[in-house]
Ligand binder design. Structure first.
Ligand code: DC
Length: 266
């Protein structure tokens, strides 16, 4: 088959064309299964652009992207939908929390139009609903509860078994995947983060003010870094990416450069 391919080529093409086609042919024929797949952990503060970068990276590498924050948001939505207050939640005993979690089934399903995984709460797609400021206002205290975190961490770890995954969150490099081959810790100037989140919410039709968004970011920074269970912090082996002055292409290129240093094919 290879011979026939070359013979028919040489009839019609000059040497340069043949060389070009041969290299294209060998590239296609290369078995992709042998490509080394790794785990990429992206952590950082709220609204630093983690998910935008993680999605672009997953698309570029053909990896699966998991938004771990979406899981805590979906749980928060469930709690709000069932009229449970934060005070009640914080008073629950460990067995009560375990029983509550038994009623919450979180999963991800691929959206064939976008090629991205979307979060489902008890088989309902809640990808849009979980982005409201109402959910954002409660999600940090909800995610600080150890029984809730333990369940989510176990689920997140199960997604990494096959490798070839990009996951973003707060404790991915420090707890979920301590062994991740690449860890990125994203930071950005607070006013830039607030402006980005404000634009994103407005675009999605949520009516919010910049002051509300700024306050939410400040509150979440505080809660996420001060909780006793897996507080947000930079893993010792993480690479810091300050994207305050960077556009999306530059951020992606920065990360691809880290992968090249690890000899990962990009
Ligand atoms: O990434 P996000 O803003 O959608 O996350 C929402 C909240 O969930 C965040 O304020 C803290 C919590 N979270 C967490 O505790 N651990 C993670 N791995 C991801 C998110």
């Amino acid at each position: 088959m290879f011979r026939a391919f070359f013979v028919s080529l040489s009839d019609t093409m000059n040497k340069e064309q043949i060389a070009r086609n041969v290299s294209r042919f060998t590239m296609q024929a290369e078995p992709t299964v042998n490509k080394r797949k790794i785990i990429i952990a992206i952590d950082g503060f709220s609204s630093c652009g983690k998910s935008t970068m993680a999605k672009a990276l997953a698309r570029k590498l053909g990896y699966r992207y998991i938004d771990s924050g979406a899981m805590y948001r979906a749980i928060t939505l469930f709690i709000q939908q069932h009229g449970i207050t934060l005070e009640e939640l914080n008073k629950m005993t460990a067995p009560q929390l375990e029983r509550l979690m038994d009623h919450i089934h979180i999963s991800f399903h691929l959206n064939p139009e976008t090629g991205l995984s979307e979060v489902y709460l008890n088989d309902e797609n809640v990808e849009e609903k979980i982005r409201s400021l109402k959910v954002s206002d409660w999600v940090s205290p909800v995610s600080a509860i150890p029984e809730i975190r333990n369940r989510m961490v176990a689920l997140q770890q199960s997604y990494g078994k096959q490798k070839g995954i990009v996951m973003d969150g707060r404790d991915i490099g420090t707890r979920v995947f301590k062994e991740a081959e690449l860890k990125i810790f994203m930071i950005a100037n607070k006013s830039i983060r607030a402006k980005r989140r404000f634009d994103e919410l407005n675009e999605k039709g949520f009516m919010v003010t910049i002051d509300e968004v700024t306050k939410n970011i400040e509150d979440r920074d505080y809660t996420d870094t001060h909780r006793s269970e897996s507080p947000l912090r930079q893993a010792e082996d993480a690479v810091v990416l300050d994207n305050s002055e960077m556009d999306q292409d530059q951020q992606l290129e920065f990360t691809l450069e880290q992968l090249r240093k690890l000899n990962v094919e990009v």
